[in-house]
Design a protein around this ligand. Structure first.
Ligand code: OGA
Ligand code: NI
Length: 352
């Protein structure tokens, strides 16, 4: 029999629960029915960022082509040679880990009271078949651009998150420039239409402790992300799976690479050419996994809809407009309930 704990783990985070020495099975509130395990694919695309910004036209056009193909076919790629220093990537993983090691009272200062709180920490819930379930994960999230928010402790977190998210913005804008070119638009058209000088960035640190029954629990259930492109790095323990042609795939990645997935607003902006990829985080028995996610979106107050030029070309629009920050906050308030905002914005009449 699984031990019972209250649905809200009042004084506990998943990290402490996983440390209880007699934990042989997961409390029933964590039970999540996974539809299938993931398998390995050796064809997950790799994009070499240094080629994408290369002065050699041949190299660049090949990298552009690869980028377009991976966004279209997978909605996912592994980015290498991105220029973000290895030391900075390690520093953000270490400082974020330290956050989770802080005393509970300190972390609880950031317990979400309202969906628009710029810093939130806690354990996640999701809607299961007919009841809420708990996720095998502790998290901390903060809005880091255009306005910067960060927990006060550990003290070095602020500077590290600020530097890392700034470097992510530079990489983001180059990738989106390439994507604009692939859409046969001016290189700066996405930058301009979505006001990327003020692009919204959400930093999230996820802590997945070892789980005695990983097949019966889930770190994050299948979902798509808000925004344009999401960047993910981890502490060397894999766990992100993406859906491709209806199957789940593990995303093993070379050290120091960034895992990039397409998100809802790239699907909307491109009028459906690039689909927002479904993904999930699975857990394991042996090792704690830490992932650092930076979700990159349009400026908060931009009303996002498919770009007029693409709508004109396609002769129809597939998505209704919505202000980006409203989309983010409705999504955060009903996260992981199965139905995303994207579904609500789809214009049914125009679909084949
Ligand atoms: C997310 C997410 C996956 C992971 O935070 O949105 O999909 O592997 N995380 O941590
Ligand atoms: Ni995600």
């Amino acid at each position: 029999m699984a031990p019972t704990v209250p649905l809200v783990l009042d004084d506990l985070c998943v990290k402490d629960l996983s440390k209880s020495s007699d934990l042989k099975s997961i409390p029933s509130q964590f039970t999540f029915v996974n539809d299938s395990k993931g398998s390995i694919s050796d064809s997950i695309p790799i994009i070499d960022f240094s080629m994408l910004i290369s002065d050699n036209p041949g190299q660049r056009s090949k990298a552009l082509l690869d980028l377009g193909k991976s966004c279209e076919e997978w909605g996912f790629f592994v980015l290498i040679n991105h220029g973000i220093p290895e030391t900075l990537m390690k520093a953000i993983i270490d400082a974020s880990t330290e956050f989770f090691n802080l005393p509970e009272e300190e972390k609880r200062r950031y317990e979400a009271k309202s969906v628009s709180d710029p810093i939130k920490s806690g354990i996640g819930t999701a809607n299961g078949a007919n009841h809420k379930i708990l996720l095998w994960r502790d998290f901390m999230k903060s809005y880091v651009h255009p306005h910067f928010h960060c927990p006060e402790k550990p003290e070095n977190l602020r500077d590290i998150v600020s530097e890392y998210s700034g470097k992510c913005r530079l990489v983001l804008r180059k990738l989106l420039q390439g994507i604009s070119e692939n859409l046969e638009l001016e290189p700066g058209s996405m930058d301009e239409a979505l006001n990327l000088d003020s692009c919204f960035q959400l930093y999230a640190a996820n802590f997945y402790p070892p789980c005695p029954q990983p097949d019966l629990a889930i770190g994050i259930p299948p979902h798509t992300d808000h925004g344009l492109l999401t960047f993910l790095i981890h502490n060397g323990v894999a766990g992100l799976q993406i859906q491709h042609n209806g199957e789940w795939f593990h995303t093993d990645s070379p050290q120091n690479s960034i895992l990039v997935n397409t998100a809802d607003h790239l699907e909307i902006f491109s009028n459906g050419r690039y689909k927002s990829v479904k993904h999930r985080a699975v857990v394991n028995t042996d090792a704690t996994r830490i992932s650092i996610v930076v979700a990159n979106g349009p400026a908060p107050d931009v009303m996002v809809s498919p770009l007029a030029e693409l709508v004109q070309r396609d002769g129809r629009t597939l998505y209704g407009p919505m202000k980006y920050i409203e989309y983010v906050e409705t999504m955060l308030s009903k996260r992981f309930d199965g139905g995303g905002n994207l579904e609500c914005l789809k214009i049914q009449d125009n679909q084949e």
